[in-house]
Design a protein around this ligand. Structure first.
Ligand SMILES: [Zn+2]
Length: 222
């Protein structure tokens, strides 16, 4: 990937080095303290990137601001991958699942918005998908249908239905989201294979008269 912003050269060199080192530690067998250190190293890098992004917004350089947003998200994804592994080691299955989904969503957001194309992340996306199928039982997802009465655009603060911004797209270094303010009514909850949000999953199932946790297969007693 060729980046046209010469002023970012030093930061991007550091970015590549920090991310490379963090990724050499995204293995289950690696010492947990070392993995915590890597999360902090990436956090320090993200601080510098955020400063640079603020400067780009000041300069009204949307391409640069969106580039920094995307690189930041990719770094966040590696942090979440490390957190997932640590959570698995400490028997925190739900936290591990949520970290994995965070990482997947961040990579998807980068793929959609990277101003110079993010094909280089395709392999990483497959790796995250691989974790989902190899490390976790197959989850059943649900989707809630409801009518939104009012919602706001996170970028321009206008009613979402009336503005031209599209949720999931980046504008001047910010991701557009639809902030739901009022729900008119819930319509249905359905079981879906490809949910919009993989955090909406069936948490437990019954086995005889027992409730079983869908992730850990432990009996739920309280
Ligand atoms: Zn808007």
């Amino acid at each position: 990937m060729k980046i046209p912003f010469i002023e970012l050269k030093e930061l991007l060199t550091e970015y590549n080095a920090v991310l490379h080192k963090a990724q050499t530690n995204t293995f289950f067998t690696v010492d947990t303290d070392l993995q915590h250190n890597e999360i902090e190293n990436v956090a320090a890098l993200l601080k510098k990137m955020s400063k640079e992004k603020k400067q780009s917004i000041k300069e009204q350089n949307e391409t640069k601001a969106n580039l920094l947003l995307c690189l930041g998200f990719a770094a966040n994804a590696v942090q979440e991958e490390l957190r997932m592994i640590i959570s698995l080691k400490t028997n925190e299955a739900e936290a591990a699942w949520n970290c994995l989904i965070n990482a997947q969503e961040m990579v998807a957001a980068v793929m959609r918005n990277h101003p110079f194309g993010a094909d280089y992340l395709e392999g990483y996306g497959y790796k995250l998908q691989g974790y989902e199928t190899l490390l976790f039982p197959k989850m059943t997802f649900s989707s809630a249908g409801f009518t939104i009465k009012s919602s706001q655009c996170s970028i321009c603060k206008a009613p979402y239905a009336n503005c031209d911004h599209i949720k999931g797209n980046a504008y001047m270094g910010q991701m557009c989201t639809e902030i739901i303010q009022k729900i008119e009514r819930f319509e249905e909850v359905s079981i879906v294979d490809h949910p919009e949000n993989k955090r909406c999953r069936i948490l437990s199932y019954s086995e005889g008269n027992k409730r079983i946790d869908a992730l850990t297969h432990r009996e739920i007693t309280d």
